[in-house]
Design a binder for this molecule. Structure first.
Ligand code: ADP
Ligand code: GLC
Length: 515
């Protein structure tokens, strides 16, 4: 989109950006969407994030600026320094800036201590208000001249608020867009603290950030952005209902057509089996995304995947059985992800009589970790649980598994089902949010579908879907290969989503000019 003869400038402010910092899909999105936007030729993206203690900027070729910057917040001036570089990866150049301040650099974790998953640092409101405010100071001091500020989740909702109410030195009107990646996380603090962090008295009520007597940062994004997006069309509808809105359904409904659902893309530069540096053997071919992959290449691809499976079984200490279907789950271990369904399926031995192995890679809530640990002692030969965050193993698991199980209670978008299809690992998903928007249920008769879907949130329904998958695996080989090929060919690249964001940006710009 051209503004007075030049492309529009978009300042993304986010708490995660892969591969530098990541706890989940938010990082993956910020590692790819800004570049896809710049690649349209109609926008220029800039990304601002934080330099956490566990992150080594020099590893990513980032250089430290000598000059410090003074950021006004909570009645004080905070001196921060900046690391400057580019978003790693091939393709368009996207400037990336990291805010360096002890509130980030002296903490090893992003949101809380790494050895205590689920625990937050007590001063996160202040930390992310600082990131939000510093991004705007940086834009002024580096003369970036953004037309639009794009905040992501509660952590950077205040960037939207500050941009909207004029807490910045940019001397211009800014359009604002806020993306909800997960409505469950609201960023709660006291109203007093929100006031100290710059929320004006008139914005502390229910029409502003107030939520049941506290302040919810996410409302600073929802109420003040010109336009709001979330990461799939189905989730955009679901969050207007009490079941998925978690108390914000009224706010979401009131947004009307100012709320748009745009499905996330997959970053195929990082997630393709033919170029993945983590796999013991690469397989498939870019032409596999077209319809013309010839039979020889296809058989080579299958052989490559079989080798990845054998290596994965060996690495995990599972018996090297090529014909035993290997299920996989890679996930934050929380209720959102349906891990309790997986536990109850295994605890009640609902797949008794079926031959299968299952690898589960994840970290999360202690009660779920404990249940999984107990299950490994019960089923040592079929269950391999790795309670860790391991990027390399996550790629090897996508490559080596036969099916990916993702029975989420709710799922704003989900990325692993997209990666799985590309790796020839049909997903078994609960049809909610982005899972419903990306996986098509398998139908042997019409030779259609890319995975296995179920609706009811209970262990028998999950079991039924898995049994269908296992019977397809053991059934007609040509039909099963057709399922794999359709998934590998499906294109969930970022280009299409980037165009949808451009459309929303245009509307936000028009709104901002209207006053
Ligand atoms: P969410 O953002 O809700 O966690 P997504 O499906 O959008 O879910 O994204 C999850 C991302 O985090 C994927 O890239 C996935 O591979 C990664 N991931 C989750 N748990 C782990 C883990 N234990 N080790 C490595 N990667 C993980
Ligand atoms: C959130 C959601 C996930 C989504 C990701 C990136 O963490 O839980 O569904 O894919 O954000 O948008």
């Amino acid at each position: 989109m051209w503004i007075l003869g030049r492309e529009m400038k978009v300042l993304h402010v986010a708490s995660e950006v892969a591969p530098l910092s990541k706890t989940g899909g938010l990082g993956d999105v910020l590692g790819a969407l800004p570049r896809a936007l710049t690649q349209t030729g109609e926008a220029t993206s800039y990304v601002v994030s934080a330099r956490y203690g566990s992150l080594s900027p020099s590893e990513f070729g980032m250089a430290r600026r000598l000059r410090t910057m003074s950021v006004p917040l909570a009645g004080e001036n905070h001196e921060v320094t900046i690391y400057e570089g580019r978003l790693p990866g091939p393709g368009a150049y996207v400037p990336l800036y990291l805010i360096d301040h002890p509130l980030f650099s002296e903490r090893p974790g992003i949101y809380g201590p790494p050895d205590q998953p689920g625990q937050d640092y007590g001063d996160n409101a202040r930390r992310f208000a600082l990131l939000s405010r510093a991004a705007l100071t940086l834009a002024a001091s580096f003369d970036l001249r953004p037309d639009l500020v794009h905040g992501h989740d509660w952590q950077t909702a205040l960037a939207v608020y500050y941009a909207r109410v004029g807490h910045h030195d940019l001397g211009r009107r800014l359009a604002t867009v806020f993306t909800v990646h997960n409505l469950l996380f609201k960023g709660l603090c006291s109203l007093g603290e929100a006031a100290a962090l710059g929320v004006a008295p008139q914005d502390l009520g229910p029409e502003g950030v107030e939520f049941w007597g506290q302040a919810a940062f996410i409302k600073a994004g929802l109420k003040f952005a010109h336009r709001v997006t979330t990461v799939s069309p189905t989730y955009a509808n679901e969050i207007r209902t009490p079941e998925f809105g978690y108390g914000l359904e009224g706010v979401m409904s009131a947004l009307g057509d100012r709320l748009t659902g745009i499905l996330n893309g997959a970053d195929y530069e990082r997630w393709s089996p033919w170029s993945d540096p983590y796999l013991p053997m690469r397989y498939g071919h870019p032409e596999g995304t077209g319809s013309t992959l010839d039979e020889d290449r296809w058989q080579t691809a299958l052989a490559g995947k079989a080798r990845c499976k054998a290596e994965l079984q060996r690495e995990l200490g599972l018996s090297p059985r090529p014909r035993t279907p290997l299920l996989a789950t890679i996930s934050r271990l929380t209720e959102q992800k349906g891990i309790d369904l997986i536990c109850s399926l295994l605890e009640n031995d609902l797949l008794a009589g079926s031959d299968f192995q299952w690898v589960i890679l994840g970290r999360g809530e202690p009660w779920l970790e404990e249940r999984l640990r107990a299950l490994t002692t019960r089923f040592p030969s079929r269950l391999a649980v790795r309670l860790a965050y391991d990027e390399a193993l996550s790629h090897r698991t996508e490559g080596g598994a036969d099916f990916f199980v993702m029975p989420s209670r709710f799922e704003p978008c989900g990325l692993n089902q997209l990666y799985s299809m590309r790796y020839g690992t049909p997903p078994i998903v609960r049809a909610t949010g982005g899972l419903a928007d990306s996986v098509v249920d398998y139908d042997a008769r019409s030779k259609s579908g890319t995975g296995f879907c179920f609706t009811q949130y209970d262990a028998p329904s999950l079991t039924h879907a898995i049994r269908r998958a296992l019977s397809a695996y053991g059934g007609d080989p040509m039909a099963f290969q057709g399922l794999i090929r359709r998934g590998m060919r499906a294109d969930f690249g970022w280009a299409q989503s980037a165009r949808a964001y451009l459309h929303v940006y245009k509307q936000a710009l028009l709104d901002s000019h209207a006053g």
